[in-house]
Design a protein around this ligand. Structure first.
Ligand code: SAH
Length: 260
């Protein structure tokens, strides 16, 4: 079978890396596990060997889904669907672990869709995702760095993030053009409450669409009385978007919600 570019099919084939990913998940016998985009089942096979209580995989490719069903039969629940249609499905009686060497064309969309789920830590114990290295670096970035932005803010609002290791293009078939990285996410039990995650998304979009400009501009765009609000929040309007902490963005979001 030829890998499909349209589905971002780059299969992991390196045994050492596959083992490292699965070991990072510290799988126990009572774990419920979800794998996104299992493809040919290389990672799936390693997960099954750890004997979790339940393993569900979601694969958009029909042919691959059928092959997975034939290959692993009763050990595996295969859902042949688009992950982007499935975010309201994963509500089990205990938090689950999610694995995925994600399709890179929609990897950030998948991540932000998970982040937007309410009571995240009630339903998800951890996420272990492979991203392009450049995306992984943006997710785990701290403020005052070049990589810090929308993805870092949304991720660390709800989760602790750790980049575990980088993965060479050589570990995949077909070889992608760029390096990849494994990122571990632990959902936080206590998060800063805002009314709607979409508001934080919108605000970070507005700020980081002009990331080299002073934040006076986005503040003005968001608030009529932006000078008062900046004083109230202790924000220096000459700073750049990357100089504000996640906490500050939450405060800006709350102000925005109070006023709208
Ligand atoms: N996890 C496998 C394959 C990774 S490639 C491995 O490491 O070898 C990405 C996989 O995601 C492919 O199997 C592709 O068919 C699947 N995929 C792409 N878009 C998807 C979508 N929207 N929903 C679910 N699976 C998708």
């Amino acid at each position: 079978m030829r890998p499909k570019k349209s589905l971002s099919q780059n299969f992991l084939i390196d045994e050492k890396i596959l083992n490292l990913i699965v070991d990072s998940g510290n799988i126990k016998s009572d774990d419920i596990i979800l794998e996104i985009g299992p493809g040919t089942g290389n990672l799936t096979e390693k997960i099954i060997k750890k004997n979790p209580s339940k393993l569900i995989v979601i694969e958009k490719d029909k042919e691959l889904s059928k092959r997975l069903k034939d290959k692993f039969d009763e050990n595996l629940i295969v859902i042949n669907d688009d992950i982007l249609n499935c975010f309201n499905k994963f509500r089990f009686d205990r938090p689950i672990k999610v694995f995925g060497n994600l399709p890179y064309n929609i990897s950030t969309k998948i991540l932000t869709s998970f982040i937007k789920i309410d009571n995240l830590s009630k339903f998800f114990f951890q996420f272990l995702f492979v991203f392009q290295k450049e995306v992984a670096d943006r997710i785990v970035a701290n403020y005052n760095t070049k990589q810090y932005g929308r993805l870092s803010i949304l991720s660390s609002w709800k989760m602790n993030t750790h980049k575990l290791f980088d993965i060479s293009p050589k570990c995949f078939f077909p070889k992608p053009k760029v390096w990849s990285s494994l990122v571990l996410f632990d959902p936080k039990d206590k998060i800063e409450i805002i009314n709607k995650s979409e508001n934080l998304e919108r605000i970070t979009n507005i700020f980081f669409n002009q990331k080299r400009k002073m934040i006076k501009k986005p503040m003005k765009q968001l608030f009529d009385n932006y000078i008062d609000i900046s004083n109230q929040l202790g924000i220096d309007l000459k700073l750049r978007p990357q100089n504000l902490t996640v906490k500050k963005y939450i405060e800006i979001c709350r102000c925005y919600e109070d006023l709208s």
